[in-house]
Design a protein around this ligand. Structure first.
Ligand SMILES: Cc1cc2nc3c(=O)[nH]c(=O)nc-3n(C[C@H](O)[C@H](O)[C@H](O)COP(=O)(O)OP(=O)(O)OC[C@H]3O[C@@H](n4cnc5c(N)ncnc54)[C@H](O)[C@@H]3O)c2cc1C
Length: 466
């Protein structure tokens, strides 16, 4: 079995030496977790307020999910919008969608303001469907969009599709008919099982590299208000009426130090190795730990000299798993490809990365980043590519990278952004739910707004609603 190594961390070429905490420290705001969520949250707090920020990570910045993802920029929810509308109402579901969609312009502004050099590709991406039930889920989402007054996602259904007559008439204004050949071309597949496609704005980047660039930027531009401690794990979060005390432990020495701050923002994704003690009210710890569930996701990638135009395609296939894969596997039918130009060891070529296989992390079990890749996951990705991606080579493909990462799922299947209702000094921007980069960006600006004193109506991301 091979080691867990993503192309994003391979590309990082980080020159900064990690600094871990070495004395008791004070700050206005402590941000726990230096993945894309924590780094962006720190950036917007520094930009929008005069507060000083200490950013803390148990490991190296950008080496969590932000260094082990697919790097797709997308703004849909992993949970169907219609489902969200059933729980929160059409208006609140659509407002949530609009809020996440606005991150495209926030991203453009960020690139401009910081002069980000990490490539960010933007394009139209596609999601292919093979079964009526998949179509109906996405049509129901489009109906919610339509009823909520926000743009629908473009959906093409094959005019040759044998079950066209089974699509309810109430959806007739929510899709277009096209030849199956058009659909297969958009999905870059010869697999005639695909009978429909959704098109939406997507992008691709290296979120670990963005983390590193932004940290260097913040240490230069906000030198007097920003510090970062790595290899510094937070073990306890003590919430008092007038302050928060974080107990930290340095990874290699086990030395312990406290950070006293006015407020703390948890950007810890699905990691949960800390206790929250509310000294002035109801227990938060138990609820928090039951609210975030970890899922491990597996990916493989290969470099290609010829194919490098950026694209992101998801496939809801009919493939059934074969062999004796782990029983805990979930989501066998969903795979996603991202292709982009990629500089590998100084040479520009194409990179094709594919994800899909995943397994739930049993409650109480700790995810270990240094675990090796899983062979069953690599095989499933290869089989998927052979059966679905027409540009895949027919001979044996050598995968240059395999990797895995942890996703944090909240009970609502939505990112949690805002202040803890039981203690306003504790805030969250976490729970990636599979799609985390753009929601992290949204959450970061919202946390900075909250810390600037702005108030908001409840939203689907609000901890008060979850
Ligand atoms: C295989 C895979 C594919 C994915 N594909 C995509 C994709 O294509 N598009 C997309 O948008 N999203 C994707 N995601 C999700 C995305 O990577 C995350 O949502 C995103 O990176 C969010 O980052 P984060 O900062 O919340 O979490 P992370 O990057 O995981 O950062 C959390 C940080 O918190 C630190 N931490 C945790 N506990 C403590 C503690 N007690 N003390 C100190 N530090 C602590 C960790 O060390 C870590 O660095 C994918 C994820 C995986 C695993």
């Amino acid at each position: 079995m091979r080691k867990n190594e993503s192309p994003w961390l391979h590309q990082l070429q980080r020159k900064r030496q990690p600094v871990n905490i070495s004395s008791h420290t004070k700050a206005d705001i402590a941000v726990v977790g230096a993945g894309i969520a924590g780094v962006l949250t720190s950036y917007y707090i520094l930009k929008q307020t005069t507060k000083n920020v200490v950013l803390i990570d148990a490991d190296l910045a950008g080496h969590g999910a932000s260094g082990h993802n697919a790097g797709q920029l997308t703004t849909y929810f992993e949970r169907p919008l219609a489902d969200i509308a059933t729980e929160f109402g059409v208006d609140m579901a659509c407002s949530g969608q609009v809020e996440i969609d606005t991150t495209w312009s926030i991203l453009d502004r960020l690139v401009e303001d910081v002069g980000l050099a990490t490539p960010i590709y933007q394009f139209t991406g596609y999601a292919g469907m093979t079964e009526l039930k998949q179509l109906l889920v996405h049509l129901a989402d489009n109906l919610v969009r339509h009823n909520g007054g926000i743009p629908i996602e473009r959906m093409l259904i094959a005019k040759e599709y044998e079950h066209l007559h089974s699509i309810p008439a109430l959806y007739s204004h929510l899709y277009e008919l096209a030849s199956q050949e058009t659909i297969l071309n958009l999905l870059e597949t010869d697999n005639t099982q695909y009978i429909a496609v959704l098109a939406a704005k997507k992008g691709a980047t290296n979120s670990a590299k963005i983390c590193e660039e932004l940290i260097v930027y913040m240490t230069q531009l906000f030198a007097d208000r920003f510090s970062i401690f790595e290899y510094t794990g937070v073990t306890d979060i003590d919430l008092y009426s007038d302050e928060v005390v974080l107990r930290t432990q340095v990874k290699h020495t086990s030395d312990t130090y406290n950070i006293s701050c006015h407020k703390v923002v948890l950007c810890t994704n699905g990691f949960e190795q800390f206790n929250i003690v509310n000294h002035v009210g109801t227990d938060i710890n138990t609820r928090f730990h039951h609210q975030v569930e970890g899922v491990v996701n597996y990916m493989s990638a290969y470099l290609d000299q010829e194919e490098e135009d950026p694209i992101a395609i998801s496939y809801f296939s009919k493939d059934t798993p074969s062999g004796t894969d782990e029983e805990t596997r979930t989501g066998e039918q969903y795979f996603y490809i991202t292709r982009r130009p990629h500089i590998h060891d100084g040479v520009e070529m194409g990179l094709i990365s594919t994800g899909g296989p995943e397994k739930k992390l049993p409650e109480g079990e700790t995810y270990n980043r240094s675990d090796l890749c899983e062979e069953w996951a690599e095989k499933r990705i290869d089989t998927f590519l052979r059966n679905n991606y027409k540009k895949h080579k027919n001979d044996i493909v050598e995968y240059d990278f395999c990797w895995h990462g942890l996703l944090g799922y909240t009970n609502t299947g939505l990112r949690m952004v805002g202040a803890e209702p039981l203690h306003e000094r504790l805030l969250y921007n976490l729970g990636c739910n599979g799609i985390g980069i753009m929601p992290s960006l949204y959450g970061a600006t919202k946390i900075a707004d909250i810390l600037s004193g702005k108030t908001f109506e409840p939203s689907i991301f609000d901890p008060r609603m979850q």
